[in-house]
Design a protein around this ligand. Structure first.
Ligand SMILES: *[C@@H]1O[C@H](CO)[C@@H](O)[C@H](O)[C@H]1NC(C)=O
Ligand SMILES: *[C@@H]1O[C@H](CO)[C@@H](O)[C@H](O)[C@H]1NC(C)=O
Ligand SMILES: *[C@@H]1O[C@H](CO)[C@@H](O)[C@H](O)[C@H]1NC(C)=O
Length: 340
């Protein structure tokens, strides 16, 4: 890593550039007067969390053993990114509530490009939940237009922008990044002892998942992942910069992350686990990516009344004799939006 740092002048320029982004973002996020928010605007000091070694340098850090004293190095802040739409779906509300209940973060930040974020009735259920009080905050995060002077794909801008945005917010704060359809089943605290943690299954051709990422803000691989876009942003590829390229880099130097081979945002068979049949199998996972927009992969309907794909809500989900129903029941206060 020293060699990488010292010899790479472009890298140094990128550091300055990224610092610029970070400072820009920091000001944006804390411009309390500029936003109209349904939740309390916090002041700058309130995002700092009680994790020792905020200035940690990870040269030589052992991502197999974790922090030498066993203390947490990753702050207990959960980050979601919600671009392009001011409304929150039922399943997104379920995922936010699962993170609050099962991870118990000190802060949970929703980063959005919407100036007037008021995510609608499901959002109100989250916002008004007793456990959300003082924990859930909305932050403004501009949707990136380009990365190292390469314009983002028009069609996939929101998705590629979110791939970049998650690196930005982790480099600014550190913490636990979750996709809006990533469901935390049980505490991820074990992984907060590592510089950076990723789900990376041990299957042939398998790569990392980027739907759940834990990292300290100084994690070496966060920077390297961001640099990997330089002169190599593949705007036509859905998952090149988000999954394929970082996996190639990590194969060369796997010590940069703590690899979790099972139960953390697995991608091999989650649709079956989530949408077909009732079992307790989901409860042993750490976090499950619900692949909510990939219901077509199920390939069958549960019954005549429970067909796929479906936009789940608090009434129709009860028709589904599938784990998704139990996952929602475990965290969502059904009496709060259901008039029945
Ligand atoms: C936001 O997304 C929801 C669900 O995909 C959709 O129904 C709604 O029309 C969208 N709203 C806007 C303003 O785009
Ligand atoms: C599931 O049900 C819907 C609605 O009846 C139908 O359009 C669709 O073809 C069914 N899918 C399969 C895989 O049978
Ligand atoms: C839930 O979705 C169903 C369609 O699947 C719709 O008929 C129903 O009105 C919706 N209920 C609520 C409360 O939005």
């Amino acid at each position: 890593m020293n060699r990488f740092r010292n010899s790479n002048i472009l890298g140094s320029c990128a550091v300055v550039f990224l610092l610029g982004i970070t400072i820009f973002y920091w000001y944006q996020c804390c411009d309390c007067n500029a936003k109209i928010l349904p939740v309390k605007c916090h002041d700058r000091s309130s995002v700092s969390v009680s994790v020792r070694g905020a200035d940690l340098d990870f040269d030589g850090f052992d991502n197999e053993l974790g922090s030498p004293t066993g203390e947490y190095v990753v702050p207990n802040i959960v980050h979601f990114i919600h671009f392009g739409n001011g409304s929150t779906t039922f399943i997104q509300a379920v995922c936010i509530l699962a993170a609050i209940k099962n991870q118990k973060p000190e802060k949970l930040l929703i980063h959005t490009d919407q100036r007037n974020f008021d995510g609608g009735r499901y959002w109100h259920v989250v916002r008004d939940h007793p456990l959300a009080e003082g924990v859930v905050h909305v932050e403004h995060l501009p949707l990136p237009e380009s990365i190292f002077e390469q314009p983002l794909s028009q069609g996939w801008r929101m998705f590629h922008g979110s791939d970049i945005g998650r690196l930005q917010v982790l480099m600014a704060h550190g913490g636990i990044y979750l996709d809006m359809d990533s469901y935390v089943v049980r505490s991820l605290d074990d992984f907060r002892r590592y510089e950076m943690t990723l789900g990376w299954e041990d299957v042939s051709g398998g790569g990392i998942s980027n739907q759940v990422i834990l990292a300290h803000k100084n994690a070496r691989f966060l920077k390297e992942w961001m640099y990997s876009y330089k002169d190599d942003y593949q705007s036509r590829e859905w998952f090149y910069n988000a999954g394929v390229r970082p996996t190639q880099l990590l194969r060369e130097r796997p010590h940069l992350v703590h690899r979790v081979k099972r139960l953390l945002a697995e991608w091999t068979d989650p649709v079956k686990l989530v949408y077909v049949g009732l079992s307790k199998d989901w409860t042993i996972h750490y976090a499950i990516h619900l692949l909510i927009n990939h219901q077509y992969m199920i390939g069958r309907n549960l019954s005549q009344t429970a067909t796929y794909p479906v936009v789940f809500n608090e009434t129709n989900i009860l028709l589904y004799e599938a784990n998704i129903r139990d996952m929602a029941l475990a965290v969502y206060p059904f009496d709060k939006t259901n008039p029945l």
